[in-house]
Design a protein around this ligand. Structure first.
Ligand SMILES: [Zn+2]
Length: 248
């Protein structure tokens, strides 16, 4: 695939243009809502484009992208879907996080949590939990609910399927990570999958019921009803609940 076209335009789309496309399309494939996305020049096609215009680029998942590239679907179909993006209609983009063949390790504030039924609880509500595989399956099921710093839901995971809504400022899915922003420079959540079986909370800026979690992979500032503490390092294994926080 040519990385530069006849008009000397590079294939790499500037990050600001990509963000504009993501926001306009609701962070998912305009046809089916899958949150794993690729960027597709609609009209003009990349070979004829003189600039990367956000209004002329859309989001497609690899499957839908393949159907267009192999001419099973027409460009016109995609142009029509771009006018009414799936995720703008459903308010949700979704995809599968991973299929964990053993109980995943969660890395958070320098703490490795393994083999715990619930990983983090706030006021007895589980923020991250793991269920054993269903009968006939060997896939462990991770579920979670994350909020941003204003206390609004930013990411929901149900049995390895994750969902985001259009209220987020920006959602970027790349490099094995989901990054959710509530402002251009403010990350409310970044989680990454490493080595198939580790979920790393790289960044978190979350408020829920008087509990504020701010930090990431190595260290965390924890505030409960305004009283601050720092958490870092350790290993928690084989328990019912890894970290339990309580503000009431
Ligand atoms: Zn699709």
């Amino acid at each position: 695939m040519e990385n530069i076209n006849n008009h000397k335009l590079k294939r790499d789309i500037p990050s600001g243009v990509k963000r504009e496309v993501r926001q306009r399309c609701g962070f998912g494939c305009v046809v089916c809502g899958n949150a794993f996305i690729e960027y597709e020049h609609m009209d003009p096609e990349f070979k004829d484009a003189v600039k990367h215009d956000a209004m002329c680029i859309t989001l497609l998942c690899p499957t839908c992208h393949g159907l267009v590239s192999s001419k099973f679907w027409s460009k016109q179909k995609i142009i029509e879907c771009d006018k009414y993006p799936f995720c703008k209609n459903s308010n949700t983009a979704r995809s599968v996080l991973s299929s964990f063949s053993e109980s995943p390790t969660v890395v958070f504030a320098g703490i490795e949590i393994r083999n715990c039924k619930s990983l983090i609880n706030v006021n007895d509500v589980s923020i991250l939990s793991i269920k054993e595989p269903e009968e006939g399956s060997n896939v462990y099921r991770l579920s979670g609910i994350f909020h941003n710093s204003a206390g609004n839901k930013s990411l929901v995971i149900v049995d390895n399927e994750w969902m985001i809504n259009n209220d987020n400022c920006d959602v970027d899915v790349s490099g094995g990570c989901i990054t959710i922003r509530e402002g251009l420079r403010r990350i409310s959540l970044k989680i990454c999958i490493e080595e198939n079986n580790r979920l790393v909370v790289e960044n978190i800026d979350m408020s829920i019921d008087g509990v504020v979690l701010k930090g990431g992979r190595d260290e965390l500032e924890l505030s409960i009803n305004g009283v601050k503490n720092n958490i870092f390092g350790g290993r928690i294994e084989n328990c019912m609940c890894g970290i339990s926080l309580r503000s009431v």
